[in-house]
Design a protein around this ligand. Structure first.
Ligand code: ZN
Length: 295
């Protein structure tokens, strides 16, 4: 399941390879992924130039504008000078969505959309068909998508997270609090912070919250640099598997010894999701041991 680091790598690749290129062709093989309708999406973006690619949480935000115009969008990804005919498309890969750039294989039955950008081709493949390409009225993600976890400040995040009477793991997964953290990086962040996934957010002191916030960002930045985590059906934009998987310390390592203390990693359900943690490094009650950073 693509989380923030995986989507960030897709955004970087899209920006590098396709910004400034015109969408010259669009073949819809399964229209159910296009909102409000295949016809509306086609009418809005076909023939226009991709001028900006942004990411907020796990969402990709693409801006198209009239005419080939490399100046109207920046390499930084922010749309500028949005004139008439500007269209905004949000892509959410959900569970199994994959984007391939210039794939060397022919579209199969799971390929739902082929986009041609003046000589470069992007295929969208999605086994479970949960992903969506949605036209937006503005360049911004809908209000239910919280601020991006890499952009929000600690004080703002604490205001949103600290009063919650819910397990900290559930708060990290709540995309309305801050967006981008999914199951893998939530587990890794809590391990690195020494905080039990079931600890109530409103019971954590400021130091513990600060560690969770810092480690969530650190582990995702690290994953971005390593091309993300290959998991389930995710491969990156160029079809290369990410190599962060082997750096995971607790995720899906239940039964294996903790890399730090040797205690067996355990698994518990939190908010319906499997959570992996070290019971010694992440005790429910605060202890001196839980206060240090885990590396
Ligand atoms: Zn441990």
């Amino acid at each position: 399941v693509p989380e923030l680091p995986e989507v960030e790598n897709v955004a970087l690749a899209l920006r590098d390879c396709l910004t400034g290129r015109r969408l010259t062709g669009m073949t819809v093989l399964f229209g159910g992924i296009l909102e409000p309708s295949p016809r509306a999406v086609k009418r809005a973006i076909l023939g226009k130039t991709l001028v900006a690619v942004r990411r907020q949480g796990k969402y990709l935000l693409l801006t198209f504008a009239e005419g080939p115009d490399r100046e109207s969008g920046g390499r930084d990804g922010f749309a500028r000078d949005a004139g008439p005919g500007t269209a905004h498309l949000m892509i959410h890969l959900r569970m199994t969505g994959q984007l391939y750039l210039d794939p060397d294989r022919a579209p199969d039955k799971h390929t739902h959309l082929v986009l041609d950008f003046a000589g470069r081709r992007v295929c969208y493949r999605d086994i479970r068909k949960f992903g969506r390409f949605t036209l937006l009225d503005s360049p911004n993600a809908p209000v239910h998508v919280g601020p991006d976890m890499l952009e929000i400040g600690f004080a703002d995040w604490r205001d949103r997270a600290a009063r919650r009477r819910a397990p900290i793991k559930a708060v990290l997964l709540d995309q309305g609090v801050a967006s981008g953290v999914g199951n893998i990086y939530a587990d890794e962040a809590l391990f690195r912070a020494g905080v039990h996934p079931l600890a109530q957010a409103n019971s954590l002191d400021d130091a513990a919250l600060r560690r969770v916030f810092r480690e969530a960002r650190a582990v995702m930045r690290l994953a971005i640099r390593h091309g993300g985590t290959t998991y389930m059906n995710f491969v990156d934009f160029n079809g290369q598997p990410g190599n962060f998987r082997r750096k995971l310390r607790v995720y899906q390592r239940d039964g294996e010894p903790c890399s730090r203390c040797g205690t067996s990693i355990e698994r518990v359900k939190v908010a319906g999701r499997s959570s992996h943690f070290c019971p010694a490094c992440q005790p429910m009650t605060r202890s001196p041991r839980a206060r240090g950073r885990i590396r």
